[in-house]
Design a protein around this ligand. Structure first.
Ligand code: NAP
Length: 266
């Protein structure tokens, strides 16, 4: 029988996850289906539990439900525990198991696809949302020289800096304090594409700017970064495909080759 998987979010119509997972399934010969599920804003847990009752074996979880997915999971991977957020659920017969593949997805895109090692770099993370929770641990595990996190709501950045203090050299700065910060790897976890409220001096020579968002055209941040001194600026399509491959590995026990899927989608 075909195994059912889904991506749950709100909104969800734009998600590329079904195309990515279908390509992985074709490539590896897995008998599975993968659909989009839009959960009501107040109805994530009910939607995920109904999907399990109807035979769902696993789900990706996207904006705005990653913290609720973490809370719903009755067992979790160490990296999900560390992140406090889940983007991947696997049904374990009686309960959901929660994982977080966002951070490993970003690090794999940087190191394998873009040939950029975060080790020894000064990293700046702009934003402290659901994705920010997932990327800090894996970024710090690579051994950067420093990691500054900055967010519109400063208290959130301070809280994350406290939570990850034991993992590496992390510090929180307000947007106003960023004038004195320049980084050679800047990752943006930012939901509002119309507001780019950072000083133009954040890019050190040779800097890579990385927007977690992805789009057919260069994103506003990618465009802005190229104008203001970033040596390279890329969007998050590679991270999306790599985090999907990690989810697929958890569900099916086989790691798909991501390069042909990147070529297909780009
Ligand atoms: P989120 O939890 O809603 O977080 C949004 C962040 O954006 C918060 O830090 C928020 O700051 C900030 N923000 C929103 N509007 C702002 C404004 N006008 N000015 C300044 N800051 C603003 O979202 P998320 O889950 O982290 O996702 C963020 C983006 O990354 C989304 O576009 C998502 O699709 C993308 N993403 C991509 C991947 C991938 O695989 N490529 C994975 C995960 C996420 P406050 O705390 O002050 O509200």
């Amino acid at each position: 029988m075909t195994d059912r998987y889904a991506v749950i979010g709100n909104p969800i119509a734009h998600s590329k996850s079904p195309e990515i997972q279908a390509a992985f399934a074709r490539q590896t010969g897995q008998d599975m289906s993968y659909e989009r599920l839009q959960a009501p804003l107040a109805g994530f847990a009910a939607t995920a539990m109904r999907f399990a009752r109807e035979g769902g074996r696993g789900a990706n979880v996207t904006v705005p439900f990653k913290l609720e997915a973490f809370a719903l999971a009755q067992a979790r991977s160490a990296r999900a525990e560390r992140a406090g957020a889940s983007n991947t659920l696997a049904w374990r017969g009686t309960h959901w198991f929660g994982d977080n593949t966002d951070g490993v997805g970003l690090v794999r895109d940087l190191t394998v696809n873009l040939d950029v090692s975060p080790a020894g770099r000064d990293i700046l993370v702009l934003g402290a949302g659901g994705a920010g929770h997932g990327i800090l641990g894996p970024l710090l595990a690579t051994g950067p020289r420093s990691l500054v996190i900055s967010n519109r709501t400063a208290a959130r950045a301070e809280e994350l800096a406290r939570l990850f203090a034991a993992d590496g050299p992390i510090a929180a700065r307000t947007f106003a304090e960023l004038g004195a910060t320049s980084a050679n790897l800047t990752a943006v976890d930012h939901a509002d594409a119309t507001a780019l409220p950072w000083p133009e001096t954040v890019f050190a020579p040779g800097a890579l700017a990385y927007d977690l968002k992805y789009a057919v055209e260069p994103t506003p941040f990618v465009h802005w970064a190229r104008l203001h001194g970033a040596a390279r600026a890329v969007d998050g399509l590679g991270m999306l495909i790599e985090q999907a491959a990690e989810s697929f590995l958890l569900w099916r026990g086989v790691r798909p080759d991501t390069a042909p899927v990147f070529a297909l989608l780009r």
